[in-house]
Design a protein around this ligand. Structure first.
Ligand code: HXC
Ligand code: NAP
Length: 285
């Protein structure tokens, strides 16, 4: 799908790059020649991801533990990346925290924890990289949000508030920082199987119902999201700025009033519609 070496001039910082979708995007970027900085809180996970990516692609990966809630830690990782590779040209705000809970049971700290990781953490990484990108006169920032950033969703209120904030930051800075040669975009995925997300958000026995909500009747594949992220991080998308691209098999649109009929057998749909049509047919003169 992409030319070899497409990202050879890029140094990309992926927060939460040691697991799940962050790791899959990192691997894809490295296959296409990017050098990487990845961070997360668990050092062992990060180091094994870095080793795996380096062995598979030959690209260099700098893996450093860091909590994105702490601006000082994020700045130290960005500086280490610049010291190692000379510059950082791309940032993927991917690190996130989330869980299912009835909102009335949440503590203030529970709400704050998710908002701090997702929104404040994305702001910290964007700020630290952005200051450097402004000096260099170029940069690309991609934030991984989700479709309930604009629809909202029951049982994930802290995450929905935080992802909506990340989208607002993306659109705001797409205008403010365009004059420095910096583009900001977002991807809004539907469900993609990862240990981190599914262990927290997919209660046992719910998977089939979750798939039925998706018009394409399957979850996303990591490579599909990694390729979209590659396009948005590459110079090929130079005129795309302030955009959010949904990749969810049509899931969020399926909330429409009558869309649930699609899960019924065809004959039943035909029968129902014919019955209504007959009952409302104009009387013949
Ligand atoms: C209610 C909870 C809770 C839960 C934690 N808390 N889990 N409250 N239900 N399931 C509360 C705690 O009681 C505490 O409040 C506060 O939150 C902080 O909890 P800690 O465990 O101390 O926080 P921490 O160790 O920092 O861990 C953060 C975390 C954890 C978010 C809670 O799950 C985590 O590290 N997640 C990272 C990975 C992740 O979540 N990946 C999934 C992303 S998927 P009190 O008041 O007791 O102190 C995703 C997909 C979206 O975002 C879209 C899907 C389609
Ligand atoms: P994941 O594997 O749990 O990814 C989250 C990553 O963030 C982990 O590597 C985690 O590493 C890191 N992280 C969490 N808190 C951090 C902190 N305070 N500081 C630094 N790093 C931190 O889950 P995923 O499914 O791949 O999620 C990746 C992104 O996709 C997230 O933004 C998520 O909201 C989004 N998304 C996922 C789905 C899906 O279905 N999978 C759908 C829509 C959106 P540590 O725990 O080691 O810190």
């Amino acid at each position: 799908m992409f030319k070899d070496g497409l990202l050879a001039d890029e140094v990309i910082f992926v927060t939460g790059g040691g697991s799940g979708l962050g790791k899959s995007m990192s691997l894809r970027f490295a296959e296409l020649g990017a050098r990487l900085v990845i961070c997360g809180r668990r050092e062992g996970i990060l180091e094994s991801a870095a080793q795996e990516i380096e062995e598979a692609t030959g690209s260099e990966v700098l893996a450093l533990p860091c909590d994105v809630r702490d601006l000082g830690q994020v700045e130290a990782v960005v500086q280490a990346g610049i010291d190692r590779f000379g510059h950082i040209s791309g940032l993927v705000n991917n690190a996130a925290g989330n869980f299912l809970a009835q909102t009335e049971t949440l503590s203030s700290n529970a709400f704050r924890t998710v908002v701090d990781i997702v929104l404040t953490g994305s702001f910290h990484a964007t700020l630290a990289c952005g200051r450097h990108m402004i000096e260099k006169g170029r940069g690309t920032v991609l934030s991984i949000t989700t479709t309930y950033a604009w629809t909202g969703s029951a049982f994930v209120v802290p995450s929905a508030c935080a992802k909506a904030g990340v989208l607002a930051m993306t659109r705001s800075l797409a205008v403010e920082w365009a004059r420095y040669g910096i583009r900001l975009n977002a991807i809004a995925p539907g469900p993609f199987p990862t240990e981190g997300a599914f262990s927290r958000l997919m209660p046992p026995g719910i998977e089939e119902a979750a798939i039925r909500k998706i018009p394409l009747r399957r979850f996303g594949e990591h490579q599909e999201l990694a390729n979209l992220a590659t396009y948005l991080m590459s110079p090929q998308s130079a005129y795309v700025n302030g955009e959010v691209v949904t990749i969810d098999g049509g899931e969020w649109l399926n909330g429409g009033e009558f869309n649930h009929f699609t899960s019924l057998p065809d004959e039943q749909i035909d029968g129902m519609f014919e019955q209504l049509r007959a009952a409302t047919r104009k009387p013949s003169k």
